[in-house]
Design a protein around this ligand. Structure first.
Ligand code: PLP
Length: 542
């Protein structure tokens, strides 16, 4: 195999290897390809019925290309020949090539951009699978304990899961619909129009105009009560919490109550600032706030709590109205602080929007917000709404994100483009959620599904006797990314990245139901049914 490096690269990308490959040898389009002829995993529940003896040519081409990518024979980032050129090389119609490319772009195997060509997406090869099964690709790893399955859970809980064809990971927004054009235009215009003085050292709290626009947006969308001065622009929720945590430690706090299960990455952030995350259980009304009053760590009462009131992560429940009142009253009583992680509250479907807790008492509730769910974590932009009493302690440690990015976001907010994007995303996720629920009803009838009123994930309870860890591992071998709830347990996760222990017998805290967190944010609509069919196969195996 020969690759030659060239300097051709899509806008903003690193130079990609272009292919001087013998494509006609690499891509076997015969009707009954050895080890192929099906979808990328031979374990597809419906592979045999979907792929009878003779598939149309564009299908066979898509299958052959997909196999070549999975087996590492065409590496991530490699550009594909223009459709006309590949059609001539292979002696097929150009239509067959564009159809095959289109199918693989929809699956996330390839990426393409007008004017920049088509290339292999990053992160799709599973090296051990390829090495162990040189002829079979990821599809050969179907048994439990296979290369793909066995190594699947050795990452720290906050590490992004490896990308698989059927992405049921929680908390990943639809990366096919990042508003790239609007963002690029906003950045270009912001940089072109910015006065020289704006390109000098920036206010570490963020640009005043952006903070004002965020205050307006949060007031309209979340009933947040704050002026521009109460808002700091951050690199995201984790950064906002890191700033707050340093200030809390400086003010003598030693522990912070956290939800269990919860988003454990933020527990590591707390530990990094010298604070102990103290787990508090979650039930169908959200965090058990009555436990807060008696909570102590390091010999001192706990006077701060981090929670996701609008849509608890990962159970999906909303904090009940009574508990909303009680948690704020507790913060007043103990002269403490509630930190509200408002991570995906913009996406709410069939129940009335739950306003931000911050609006109940802006002196006692700080709010963390971020573009990571609404647009993309790649932008690294967020905000922290802080009570006036904390502002002075926060500002000196702050370093703001790029001025140009802040100006771009300000433009999107001012023009209404951000709200339009939110509306379109909300409609898309709502449709996909319906498709997911329909597919679950067909392939896994009777299993309880909860936490579906908002966000981009649901909780799927498993049948008695199933272990969520085993099901997630079996799903991995079927090319499906999905996480057990245990991945988000507070007990056992540490700042050093040690993972929560696996299996009920290892559990330190109260026993939780065996359930999976099923995300649908980054799942192509066309893949929903097959993803759930595969998940059902994993449930039956696991
Ligand atoms: C519960 C929760 N909060 C917040 C965030 C966003 O964090 P950040 O803005 O640091 O990317 C995430 C992202 O995964 C999350 O799952």
């Amino acid at each position: 195999m020969a690759y030659s490096q060239t300097n051709s690269s899509p806008p903003g990308g690193a130079p990609r290897p272009t292919t001087s490959l013998a494509w006609e040898t690499l891509l076997d389009l015969s009707p009954a390809r050895p080890g192929g002829g099906g979808t990328a995993t031979g374990a597809t529940p419906r592979a045999s019925s979907d792929r009878p003896g003779r598939d149309p040519l564009h299908r066979r081409l898509a299958d052959a290309l997909r196999d070549a990518v999975r087996q590492g024979r065409v590496p991530p980032g490699a550009t594909l020949p223009p459709s006309r050129e590949l059609a001539t090389t292979l002696g097929v119609s150009r239509w067959a090539v564009t159809e095959a490319y289109g199918e693989l772009v929809a699956e996330g195997v390839l990426e393409s951009r007008t004017g920049a060509g088509t290339w292999v997406a990053a992160g799709l090869v599973e090296p051990r699978a390829a090495a162990t099964h040189p002829g079979g690709g990821a599809g050969a790893t179907t048994s439990r304990g296979s290369a793909a399955g066995a190594g699947a859970d050795r990452r720290p809980p906050w590490a992004p899961p490896p990308r698989r064809r059927f992405d049921l990971a929680a908390g990943v927004p639809d990366l096919r619909h990042v508003p790239r054009t609007a963002w690029v235009r906003a950045v270009r215009e912001a940089l072109a129009d910015a006065p020289d003085v704006a390109l000098g050292a920036a206010d570490p709290s963020g640009l005043p105009e952006l903070r004002g626009l965020l205050a307006g947006h949060l007031d309209r969308a979340r009933l947040v009560r704050s002026g521009a001065n109460g808002i700091l622009v951050t690199h995201g929720a984790a950064d906002g919490l890191a700033r707050l945590a340093r200030a809390l430690r400086g003010a003598g706090h030693v522990g912070v109550a956290v939800e269990d299960p919860g988003w454990v990455r933020l527990h590591g952030v707390l530990r990094g600032a010298g604070l102990e995350p103290v787990p508090v259980p979650v039930d169908e009304d959200g965090l058990d706030v009555d436990r807060l009053a008696s909570l102590r760590t390091g010999g001192a009462p706990v006077r701060a709590a981090l929670l996701t009131p609008a849509h608890q992560f990962p159970t999906g429940v909303a904090l009940s109205p009574a508990r909303r009142e009680r948690v704020v009253a507790w913060a007043r009583d103990v002269d403490g602080l509630v930190v509200e992680d408002d991570y995906d509250a913009e996406f709410r479907y069939d129940r009335r929007a739950v306003a931000a807790l911050q609006g109940l008492d802006p002196d006692r509730v700080a709010l963390l917000g971020s573009l990571s769910k609404t647009v993309s974590p790649a932008l690294g932009l967020g905000w922290l709404v802080a009570p006036a009493a904390w502002l002075d302690r926060l500002a000196p440690v702050a370093s703001a994100p790029s001025t140009v990015d802040q100006l771009a976001l300000a433009r999107l907010l001012a023009s209404g483009a951000y709200e339009r994007h939110l509306r379109a995303a909300r409609a898309r996720y709502r449709r996909r959620r319906t498709a997911l629920l329909d597919a679950l009803a067909v392939h896994l009838p009777g299993l309880p599904v909860t936490g579906l009123a908002a966000g981009m994930h649901v909780l799927l309870e498993l049948p008695p006797g199933s272990r969520a860890d085993d099901v997630a591992r079996a799903a991995t071998a079927l090319d499906v990314t999905v996480a057990p709830v245990s991945r988000y347990r507070a007990a056992g996760a540490t700042s050093s990245g040690r993972e929560a222990p696996h299996g009920p017998e290892d559990q330190v805290g109260p026993r939780e139901p065996e359930a999976l967190v099923v995300g649908y944010g980054n799942l192509a609509d066309a893949r929903v049914d097959e993803a759930v069919a595969r998940l059902a196969a994993a449930v039956h195996q696991g």
